[in-house]
Design a binder for this molecule. Structure first.
Ligand SMILES: [Zn+2]
Length: 252
């Protein structure tokens, strides 16, 4: 059993015994892991308050080879997620980042770029970046990393470019836009406006949450959230818990 050191984002904390808890971490080097933090609930915890939801921490852990929980031996706080203290929309967006990491990745499957994007997204949310744009960009990075990036310009079934002057057919199960020939007989198809498709294309053109790069048209935001919530529900097999809280992210 070798001791491994890595950076991690705290996704979830569950009390395990009177003194310990089980922590779900999204780590830079090992992806999502579950680890036992012995003594984390003691007044003088060896983790010194580092195990805080959405905090960025530097950890040392003993990896278990089987399906047993890893053992967390050290956690040093690098950055706390502070949005909870000042802004509900930013707090919900942070919880949503955690939910996406949890839902879209498998335990022990490393995604370094996704880790970096999540870290940058939480930082941006804590530093006045526009919430809706920051969330959308992260969603698209998460989709790409998880291998579920929807096809936005070419028909997902036949590969031909799809054009329309009105609404586009978007196959939730197929995973992207469908041309008129491929649409018939498919299930889970919704109509998506040109504006929503354009926003998705724009937001997927980079990986860093740079606030100046694009601005979401507020007129399409409701439709955009409905499409994304629906798409993630299809992927996860259930509606995501935080989806409903993203319905009305304020303009900021
Ligand atoms: Zn087609």
């Amino acid at each position: 059993m070798a001791a491994e050191k890595t950076q991690a984002i705290v996704l979830k904390l569950v009390e395990f015994s009177e003194t310990s808890c089980v922590v779900t971490l999204f780590t830079e080097d090992f992806g999502k892991i579950g680890a036992l933090a012995k003594g984390a609930r003691r007044p003088k915890s060896p983790f010194e308050g580092a195990l805080d939801l959405l905090a960025l921490v530097c950890i040392v852990l003993l990896r278990k080879s089987s399906e047993a929980l890893d053992l967390l031996t050290e956690a040093r706080l690098e950055r706390r997620f502070r949005s909870s203290q000042r802004d509900l929309a930013r707090l919900y967006a942070g919880y949503y980042v955690a939910e996406l990491l949890n839902e879209l990745t498998e335990p022990g499957d490393p995604h370094r770029e996704l880790f970096q994007a999540a870290d940058a997204t939480l930082f941006a949310l804590d530093h006045d970046a526009p919430v809706a744009e920051t969330v959308l960009r992260f969603e698209l990075v998460a989709l790409r990393e998880a291998g579920h990036m929807p096809s936005l310009a070419e028909c997902v079934a036949c590969g031909r470019p799809v054009t329309s002057d009105k609404r586009f057919a978007f196959g939730m199960t197929a995973g992207g836009v469908l041309c008129d020939d491929c649409r018939p007989g498919r299930r889970g198809v919704v109509g998506v406006s040109r504006g929503v498709l354009a926003a998705l294309q724009q937001a997927s053109s980079g990986t860093e949450p740079k606030e100046t790069e694009f601005v979401l048209d507020r007129a399409i935001q409701g439709e955009l959230r409905a499409v994304m919530n629906n798409y993630f529900a299809h992927l996860a097999g259930h509606r995501l818990r935080m989806s409903e809280y993203l319905g009305a992210l304020p303009n900021q």
